[in-house]
Structure formats: C-alpha cells, structure tokens
Design a protein around this ligand. Structure first.
Ligand code: NAI
Length: 401
C-alpha cells in the first residue's frame, strides 16, 4: 500500500482545511506560526504538501531543499511570498484562493455606498461625541443613482449585481472586454464613467497602469459632490489630491480601505491625512476580512491541493501549465514534469510502448520553462517504467496516481 501523503500547515489556517485533508486520507501536522528559512529547510524534508498564509517566505533555497515537496497552497489571495519561478522550475505547482473573499469586499462596498450617501459615518461620530445633528441636507437615497465601477472583475461584477438590487444604475470601465451583468453598461473610457457617476468605486489590481490612475485630473472630471470608494490597492488613488478635493467639497465623501503604506500589524498605530475629514470612512484593509472568507479560503485551497494530488489537475494554479483531464477509474495515471525541450514526448512514449502498455489518454501543456504531461494507461504502472522515465535527463519529477 502506498504511503500516506504528509501535509504541513502553518500560520493557523482554518480548521476546515485540516478536516478536508484528513477526509482525503492524508496525514496532517499543524504549526500555529510562520517558520523561517532554516526551520523550513529542516521541517519540509518529511512533507509532500505545504500550506501557508502570507507570512511564510518560500524562497528558492527552501524549495531546492524540500525534496519530497509536491505542491504548495497559499491559504490567502496573494502569492508574492512564494518564489513562483523557482517553484515552477522544481515542478511544484502553487495554488491560492482568488475568489474566497470576493463577496465580502462587494458587500462592504455596498454598505459604504449607503453610508456615504447618508453621511452615516459623520452622524455616528457626532452622536458618540454627544451631538444631535438631525438633517436631510446633502443626504440621499441610493435608488436611481449611478455607480461607476472601475475594474469589472470578480469583485467589481459582484458590486454591480448587488447595486442593481438596490435600484442603482451601473456603469463600468475595464481595460478588457467584460460581459455586463443585468443592465450594467460598459463605458468606453474612465473619463466618461467619471462624468456620469454619483459614486465611483475601484476594483482594479495594482499595475503600472493603475498606479495613481485616480489623480487630480480624474478627480476634477467627477460630478460635483460625488463619492469615491477605494477597496482595491492603496496606490490606485492619489491621496493628496483626494484630500484637497474633499476639503473643497468637490468630492462629497470617500471610503478608503487600502493605503499607499499600511502598518505591519495591529499594534503599530496609523496616521494618514484623511483622518478627521467630514464624510470620510476609513477602514484598516478589512474588505475581505470575514469569517466566511477565512472558511472559504480553507475549503477552496485544500480542495485544489487534493485535486492536484489525486487527479493531477493544475487548472487553478498560478505558476504551472494548466491541465484538467478527467480520469477513467479503470485507467492508471502517470504525471511527468519535464524541461520544455524538444523530444521529451517521443522518449516517454517509447518507454511506454516498450513496456507493452497502451496509452488511453494523454495531455500535455507547456510554458516557457517546463512541460506538464499526464498519461493514462490501460494497465498497472510498473516501477521499471517509472524509473526509466525519471531517469531521462529532461525529467524533473514523475509520479503515479
Ligand atoms: P480581478 O482580477 O478579478 O479584477 C480586476 C479587474 O480589473 C479585471 O477585470 C481587469 O481587467 C481590470 N483592470 C486591470 N487594469 C485595469 C485598468 N487599468 N483599468 C480598468 N480596469 C482594469 O480582481 P478582483 O478579485 O476583483 O480584485 C480587485 C482588487 O481588489 C485587487 O486589487 C485586489 O488586490 C483587491 N482586493 C482587496 C481586498 C480588501 O481587503 N480590500 C480583498 C480582496 C481583493
């Protein structure tokens, strides 16, 4: 009987992940904290799977030392903490949870649209200071207003769906062509979106093109009194221009969840010139921070890792050629990760054909560095065949499922 796969999960990953691994027949060891390079080099020698969050740094040195490691799961949205190129060249696919907190961000943004329209942040502060300031001046319903969504990806499109449910008109701008949900209307340019929107909300990634894409000119192009929301990345909106537009009243309010520089932890304190301005809601990068999102992350990433180990699917991974080939239970599956050079398929097929096995299904996908090959055979896989494939100079790793 084959040895149980061993999974090491660090950084207090949600218990759902551990439960799924155990149900799938794996052995799990949990460590509450992150580990440093030296600790990882020692510890990883015995594990096939590693689960981390954002604090564990996986360098080339760590990867090169982890001889049994087959895959890494980042139980979070980002994957910057892993040297993805090194993992690729050592044949280690890396998975993450890109959609796990989408809905959490979208719901927060919807709440903020209502809060800004009704000046609820300011009224709340006044009441806590003992001021009763009942007024309707510059307080609005959201029904019938236009929300302009910049970046119509996972989060932007969810905001669109929810905003229409509240009777809002939705326009959006995206550099890529996107299927509008409901009656949402794509806009040909950011300028045209700004000219029509009562609320502008950003849901773009951080790139050289989105860096301060909302600067003084763009703010000037907004409707007087319109609101601005940024729950995407801190450098998308130019903060000094936002402050002067809020002070002049040209922008009627803002909700900012992300900042150009953010503290490392909750004990570090935080100062930004947006503090104490009227109708400005400031939150500490909590758009995606819900218990549901944490649960989703645990479930989604564990499921992706299990699917890779049991079926070889790399469909959702971030650094590897993609294959998702359904396996007929009668067949026996080999996966081979190899250097992307000419002649590999010929060599592997020759070894298989010399063994007398018949190939029932085969899929190959490549990137600039490696090839990922899945082969399904009609008979149990012989050790001799695997050691011959592994012995090819081009092979990085070969495994039987
Ligand atoms: P996504 O990749 O699904 O969508 C981003 C969209 O922006 C894509 O449709 C893309 O085509 C579009 N885009 C890229 N460059 C653009 C440009 N220059 N102009 C217009 N559109 C552009 O990403 P997702 O999951 O919707 O996330 C959006 C942002 O939200 C990311 O920056 C992410 O880091 C951030 N985020 C923030 C969280 C928080 O806690 N506040 C939690 C989760 C994500």
């Amino acid at each position: 009987m084959s040895k149980k796969k061993r999974v090491l999960i660090l950084e207090n990953i949600h218990a759902l992940a551990r439960d799924l691994f155990i149900q799938a027949g794996f052995e799990v060891e949990q460590v509450k904290t992150a580990l440093n390079t030296e600790e990882l080099k020692t510890k990883l020698k015995d594990f096939d799977v590693l689960g981390i969050r954002s604090k564990t740094q996986i360098t080339k040195e760590v990867i090169a030392n982890a001889q049994h490691l087959e895959t890494i799961g980042c139980f979070c949205v980002g994957t910057n903490q892993v040297d993805l190129d090194a993992a690729n060249s050592f044949g280690i696919p890396v998975f993450n949870a890109p959609f796990s907190n989408t809905r959490s961000v979208a719901e927060m943004v919807i709440g903020e649209i209502v809060m800004l329209s009704r000046q609820l942040g300011t009224r709340n502060n006044e009441m806590h200071r003992g001021t009763w300031n009942k007024k309707s001046d510059k307080c609005f319903e959201v029904r019938g207003k236009t929300v302009g969504i910049v970046g119509y990806g996972n989060i932007g499109s969810q905001v669109s769906y929810l905003a229409e449910g509240m009777g809002m008109r939705v326009v959006f701008y995206d550099i890529n062509s996107k299927l509008p949900l409901g009656n949402a209307k794509p806009m040909p340019s950011l300028a045209e979106l700004l000219a029509e929107s009562d609320v502008v909300t950003f849901h773009v990634p951080e790139t050289q093109f989105t860096h301060e894409m909302m600067g003084p000119e763009e703010m000037k192009a907004m409707k007087p009194g319109a609101f601005l929301i940024n729950a995407s990345r801190g450098k998308v909106v130019q903060i000094p221009s936002l402050i002067s537009n809020l002070k002049s009243g040209h922008i009627g309010g803002a909700a900012i969840d992300v900042f150009p520089t953010e503290p490392e932890g909750n004990t570090d304190g935080f100062k930004v010139e947006l503090q104490n301005l009227n109708n400005v809601i400031l939150t500490p990068h909590i758009g995606g921070a819900t218990e549901e999102a944490q649960g989703n992350i645990g479930r989604e990433v564990a499921a992706l890792l299990i699917s890779y180990l049991k079926d070889a699917s790399t469909q959702m991974c971030v650094n590897f050629p993609k294959i998702d080939l359904t396996k007929d239970p009668k067949n026996h599956r080999i996966i081979n990760i190899h250097k992307n050079v000419p002649g590999v398929l010929k060599d592997i097929n020759r070894i298989i054909s010399e063994s007398g096995a018949n190939i029932q299904a085969q899929a190959l996908s490549t990137d600039a560095t490696i090839g990922y090959l899945i082969i399904d055979l009609d008979q149990p896989i012989q050790n001799k065949m695997i050691s011959e494939i592994n012995g090819l100079k081009t092979s990085i790793r070969t495994r039987v499922i």
